[in-house]
Design a protein around this ligand. Structure first.
Ligand SMILES: *[C@@H]1O[C@H](CO)[C@@H](O)[C@H](O)[C@H]1NC(C)=O
Ligand SMILES: *[C@@H]1O[C@H](CO)[C@@H](O)[C@H](O)[C@H]1NC(C)=O
Ligand SMILES: *[C@@H]1O[C@H](CO)[C@@H](O)[C@H](O)[C@H]1NC(C)=O
Ligand SMILES: *[C@@H]1O[C@H](CO)[C@@H](O)[C@H](O)[C@H]1NC(C)=O
Ligand SMILES: *[C@@H]1O[C@H](CO)[C@@H](O)[C@H](O)[C@H]1NC(C)=O
Ligand SMILES: *[C@@H]1O[C@H](CO)[C@@H](O)[C@H](O)[C@H]1NC(C)=O
Ligand SMILES: *[C@@H]1O[C@H](CO)[C@@H](O)[C@H](O)[C@H]1NC(C)=O
Ligand SMILES: *[C@@H]1O[C@H](CO)[C@@H](O)[C@H](O)[C@H]1NC(C)=O
Length: 626
């Protein structure tokens, strides 16, 4: 049975420039070529015969294996005992308790940073329907994962057939972020942040989530048992500095928490990477009117308050405290997570790029850190609807420039903001030649969260009409975004959310990134919320997540092709996420590779977790040293 007509998506194998990095639809007819059949043409007629029958199939059971802890810990900077001399001598360290709306008021009202002042931050934040209905209130001692949980699942019938291996220094790990997993939002001195007041009617809160603040050792134990190499987490600014601003005291409970989290990660044979700000801006930057967090923003989805005039210095102060404490043991730092999505206006972007550059210089020039630092960006890669149509190609370039070049033109190339940004955001803060030379090269890599691809074309009236009209439904990207090709098919298998399985577009994307910004590419989040997973009746059905395995194995196969066939330097990949979690108001979008049973906080490994780790370890001769 042959298709009347089929189209082949041809990806140019070796892409020398961005202009060449386009897909071409080739219309063809007749059967699919099967080049693998040339050597084994079957006889024209089968020969039927009887033989004795018995159940002869054998099944091989494999166990996931952990990595041996290193004999010595590699360091990337001087320890805190030395680096603390870089911090102001006046910097105080203190502790606070926990908060509940029913507390009787503390009496130390004369102390601007006392318990009373801290509690009043929470009273002001007034988290809606606040509860502390978690199971735990103290760190849980980990227990070894029983080997019965570590048997690999049956492989899917169709799987990878490649022969490539990962380069010796290829980083592989899993990721999560503080607000999405920690819970304990008003405990042990943590101050309120944007994520803690995100709940609205119909939008779930993050007050409990995965209780990772108390279960972090058990969570790390489980990742180690699976043989994960890198653990990527984010630190909650308001847990380190509940009063957020320079000169305010450090929360010693917060410092100790992440210190121990890092040490435990290392003790289990894994390596930590840290994101400094993952959407959880301290609430102080929202002025008296905390409802400002929901105001209309020009650029992103939510007001992250980066445009506040005090934000840049405060972020740099916070980053210096983190670097002083942890940069001896952390080899990779991300200043901001997907900053565009929480940017209000031109001043927001100005704060982000300037704060990033200052922190990167501080890390390299003052701390003398030998690790790597960058900023991780969102962009579900824009591909032209018709790659032979100049109008569509211009739309795709506009879409990608707006999201990526806005940050990496200055921070990687030392070049001005792209036209896509300047023509859309007229209040942008111009960068001087001095700014650009200071910013150039302050990202050691281009870190992107390439979940999926977007089919892009120009809006009615064109890009030019849209960029001057903030009321346009296409503003601010000013392109039509679709998820189907010109024949009406979805571009890949669809998830519960915005993600489609688009591995070949990932390869094109990696080519685009490497050849445009000329820096190693770091895939810092990618993942797939399987359609309908939350509605499955049993854990057994939830953990048999073949579509997620298909996503991960096909994406990783294309990563290998980009490396070996296209010459693209891909330095690593971090899977999102190591467990189901709070997806900004939703527990139904299941991006995790473990099920979390909310009533009991029990975790269950999904099949894709085994499949992904096995895919990488089977192809990574240097896995335990990378
Ligand atoms: C506060 O007290 C009320 C009434 O006793 C109770 O229903 C509620 O659960 C308490 N809230 C918290 C966060 O403890
Ligand atoms: C508070 O909880 C009630 C009852 O569940 C719900 O109807 C309401 O929407 C919640 N309010 C907010 C702001 O989330
Ligand atoms: C973590 O390890 C560092 C370096 O070995 C050590 O200085 C620090 O005290 C440890 N922290 C905790 C909480 O054990
Ligand atoms: C900006 O942040 C400061 C805290 O540093 C706050 O006092 C001020 O009100 C904020 N300004 C605006 C306009 O939100
Ligand atoms: C607070 O901010 C919101 C959103 O910007 C606005 O609608 C409201 O009027 C403000 N309230 C006060 C008291 O300023
Ligand atoms: C390219 O696309 C634009 C916008 O969809 C359309 O108006 C134009 O006719 C197309 N050009 C060609 C050569 O197909
Ligand atoms: C801006 O876009 C809106 C929404 O499409 C439209 O109603 C309005 O006429 C446009 N304004 C201008 C000046 O084009
Ligand atoms: C693609 O999907 C959009 C809706 O997102 C629809 O309007 C359009 O007609 C579809 N294109 C084709 C060719 O089916």
């Amino acid at each position: 049975m042959y298709l009347d007509m089929m189209f082949v998506l041809a990806v140019t194998a070796l892409l020398l420039s961005r202009a060449a990095a386009q897909q071409v639809y080739v219309l063809t007819q007749g059967p699919s070529p099967r080049p693998q059949c040339a050597a084994c043409r079957p006889p024209a007629t089968p020969t039927y015969r009887f033989s004795s029958f018995s159940f002869t199939q054998t099944e091989t059971y494999r166990y996931a294996t952990s990595i041996a802890p290193p004999a010595t810990t590699k360091t990337y900077a001087a320890p805190f005992a030395v680096l603390k001399t870089l911090l102001p001598t006046s910097l105080a360290t203190t502790t606070w308790g926990s908060w509940s709306p029913n507390d009787t008021a503390a009496t130390d009202t004369a102390d601007p940073y006392g318990q009373a002042a801290w509690s009043s931050l929470w009273a002001w934040a007034s988290p809606p329907n606040f509860t502390t209905t978690g199971i735990y209130s103290t760190t849980v001692s980990p227990t070894a994962v029983p080997s019965s949980e570590l048997v690999l699942p049956p492989a899917d019938y169709f799987g990878p057939t490649d022969c490539y291996t990962f380069p010796a220094d290829f980083i592989f790990g899993v990721a999560g972020s503080s607000a999405q997993i920690e819970g304990a939002v008003a405990m042990e001195g943590k101050g309120p942040n944007l994520m803690d007041v995100f709940a609205r009617p119909g939008i779930a809160d993050n007050y409990v989530t995965n209780e990772n603040y108390f279960l972090y050792k058990q969570d790390i134990e489980r990742l180690a048992a699976m043989g994960v190499r890198y653990y990527s987490f984010s630190i909650a600014w308001s847990r380190i500095l509940p009063f957020a601003l320079p000169g305010t005291p450090v929360n010693s409970a917060g410092i100790a928490h992440y210190d121990d989290l890092i040490n435990y990660t290392l003790a289990k044979g894994m390596i930590p990477t840290v994101t400094m700000l993952h959407f959880d801006t301290p609430l102080q930057f929202y002025a008296a009117n905390v409802t400002d967090r929901f105001k209309d923003v020009l650029i992103g989805y939510v007001n992250g308050a980066y445009q506040n005039a005090t934000f840049e210095d405060a972020f740099v102060n916070y980053a210096r405290i983190l670097l002083a404490h942890y940069s001896d043991r952390v080899p990779v730092w991300f200043t901001f997570n997907e900053p565009l999505l929480y940017s209000d206006n031109g001043a927001s972007i100005n704060s982000v790029v300037k704060a990033h550059a200052r922190v990167a210089h501080y890390y390299k020039d003052v701390v003398r850190g030998t690790g790597k630092i960058g900023v991780k960006l969102n962009d579900n890669f824009g591909v032209p609807r018709d790659p032979r149509n100049d109008s569509d190609v211009a739309a795709a370039n506009h879409f990608n420039d707006f999201q990526l070049a806005t940050f990496w033109n200055p921070l990687v190339l030392g070049e001005d903001y792209p036209d896509a940004f300047k023509m859309t955001i007229p209040d942008y803060v111009p960068l001087s030649a001095g700014d650009l030379s200071y910013m150039r090269g302050t990202c050691d890599f281009v870190a992107v969260d390439p979940y999926t691809a977007t089919v892009v074309s120009q809006p009615p009236g064109g890009i030019a009409d849209c960029v001057i009209n903030a009321s346009s439904p296409y503003f601010p990207y000013c392109v039509v975004q679709e998820t189907n090709n010109t024949f009406g098919w979805n571009i890949g298998y669809r998830s519960y959310s915005y993600v489609y399985i688009t591995p070949t577009y990932l390869r094109t994307y990696l080519n685009y990134l490497w050849n445009t910004f000329r820096a190693p590419v770091f895939i810092t989040e990618f993942g797939f919320p399987v359609f309908g997973e939350a509605d499955k009746a049993s854990v057994a059905d939830m953990v048999f997540d073949t579509p997620r395995s298909l996503y991960y194995l096909s994406f990783m196969t294309e990563v290998l092709r980009a490396i070996w066939e296209d010459g693209v330097a891909v330095m690593g990949a971090l899977a999102w996420s190591f467990a189901d979690n709070w997806e900004f108001g939703d527990y139904r979008a299941r991006f995790g590779m473990q099920v979390v049973e909310r009533e009991t906080q029990t975790r269950y490994f999904k099949k894709s977790f085994f499949d992904l780790v096995a895919f990488v370890r089977d192809r990574h001769p240097n896995y335990e040293a990378a």
